[in-house]
Design a protein around this ligand. Sequence first.
Ligand code: PMP
Length: 352
Amino acid sequence: MATFEPREQIQAMSGYHSPQVDVPVRLNTNESPFPPPAGWVEKLAFVASTLEWNRYPDRAAHELRTVIAKRHGVRPEMVFVANGSNEVLQTILLTYGGHGRCVATFEPTYQMYAQIARVTGAEVVVGERRADMTLDPHEIERVMQKHTPAVTFLCNPNNPTGLVEPRENLEILLQHATGIVVADEAYAEFSDWSAMDMVSEDRPLAVTRTFSKTLSMAALRVGYVVAPTWMVSQLEIAVLPYHLDAFKQAATIAALSFTAEMEERVSLIKSERSRIEATLASHNIEVWPSGANFVLFRPRSRPAADIWQSLLNAGVLVRDCSSWARLDGCLRVTVGTPAENTAFLDAIDAAV
Ligand code: PMP
């Protein structure tokens, strides 16, 4: 008999929602507020003209992996590249998640871990954070011992709280790991430490990165993971053949010659982040210290949804997290250009 119903797991889900509203100041999706370097954009037409468009791309993305590997001082066989770090996460979960397996997250955290895990048919188990959103090492031990997850995610710095995870928490997680441990470092460039130097053949650790944030290329959709060679080989079995198109591979290689220029922008984002944190705190707003390019805050004077609407009326879009589990009353703002941040802070001043 025909059925037009989606699978049970999909029926139970509502999908990932991040409204794309057309307003002058968009501070809701943690992108870079700056366009990529003009030199790179100018190079793209040349890059396109050199491709053999009638041929499938290099399936293993050799050259791109080599350039990324060099950036991190690892071997190319330790690098797997995909269409945004979301596709990296998906490939990890297709490889190690799935029916009959369990995937652990520490909430609140990036929603796509649980979403993709469920799409693969895995069971999601949740570790809780303390009221201040930090993670108790005992909770890590409890989750690992009780559930023996096949995949565990630690987002560092954590989205949406912005908190930097202490290194000891990742060490404890690895000590108790019964499966793959993913340190999602989408925001690593804004933080004060990275787990990249912990990746080795004898640890089941995968560190994911993205071109969408510091590198200003969210539209290009490129992310990657640095992991032991055995893990990368296993990911390659699960991913679709030719998943990474030739233009993207060449455009990303070209982008990697501009990284110094893009990393210079990080200090401006960090100083703007401090300005936002200090100004919000001076308005009697609860603020979490951020190691990322966004700030989570909880207004005390009025309901968060009202403040979100007032900001929107003033042409400023932030992320309303107030209806998400464990984030009652919270909003999240992405650090924008200095002018955008001033527009946000002026709108906050009028709204609270
Ligand atoms: N991980 C985290 C923690 C994120 O916040 C995001 C973007 N919102 C991603 C992964 C996905 O990034 P992309 O697919 O653009 O690389």
